[in-house]
Design a protein around this ligand. Sequence first.
Ligand SMILES: [Zn+2]
Length: 398
Amino acid sequence: MNILIKNANVIDSCQNFFGDVYIENGKIKEVGIDISKSGVETIDANGLTLMPAFVDTHAHFRDPGLTYKEDLETGSRSALRGGYTGVCLMGNTSPICSTKEVLNYVKEKEEKLNLIDIHQCVTITKNFDGKTISHLEEFKNDSRVRAISDDGVGVSDSRVMMEAMKIAKENDWIVMSHAESGEFSDIDMRLAENMMTWRDITLAKVTEAKLHMAHVSTKEAMQYIIDGKCKGVQVTCEVTPHHIALTNDVSNYRVNPPIREREDVDFLIKAISHGDVDCIGTDHAPHTYEDKKKGSPGMVGLETAFPICYTKLVKGGVISINKLSEMMSRNPANILKMNKGNISIGLDGDVVLIDPNKKIVINSEEFHSKGKNTPFEGMEFYGEVVMTIKGGRVLYKK
Ligand SMILES: [Zn+2]
């Protein structure tokens, strides 16, 4: 698909200029000023901000099996409304994604929908049993697999995690860690996160595997990651919008890991300002009203991530919008080996138009996700996603 976007404030991880972007056959073809094309669909951005579309390292679309909460189509539409064209889905579906059948199902549906790019994680242990990793053999040489994760549970057995990391290293997969030592979950969720974060970084150092720490929420866990990076461990990390926007003195919304203390949030934000945090991961976790009432942890996140992060981090003076673009587009795309994340010639023509000064009020009724579970209902933020373009096709328009 061909499309010319004119008069935009073009911003990515390393540039910031007023001009035009031309997308041809789904790829970025020209970037500059005063580009003109005849007979091509043209959009006048009228001074709006054009950024590379966002990529989420961590989301749950509940498909197969739990589609009363979300499905691949509603999840994809929710992503597009939030400015995302790439997501990494966790494997805690029903059945769990430990087999080729489930992976094939997701990838075939993704292709049929033709909305966003989906990476589906395969689980580290078969059906989350905590010990069996022989199923990973089946995915060797399957280029669709780039990351494995037992998200939602975590791998308690250290020896199993070490063996899984060795296999991941052989296949150039990333191990995405949900850091929660199960033996501490019922008494101390801080200890549960800290212990497993330290362990996984230690194991990644020994095995030289690539490790990605999901939804980092405590100051101790973040410090272990900073120390690991300093020592050359191949560890990346994500923080969620809710773990930097909420503190447990004002919100007790149920999510795992929990909303933390103010000093944890301050530490995470300091780590972001120092460049120690690689990505924003939404941990988009849709639930029905009834399931939420029964105590299911998590919240939807794709449609609120940009305004929250933009308001908190850019308007709040913590980082530049270029750095936010790096954390929401370039770094996640690199981790997931997606050909996108910057406004550069040859990359996917996936861009988003943003009105950064527009004040918005979060209203879950407007979500395209089936999940309306958000603690941000009624809150005001800046930055509205006006349009999302995927491969040169306008797939979301306000
Ligand atoms: Zn998790």
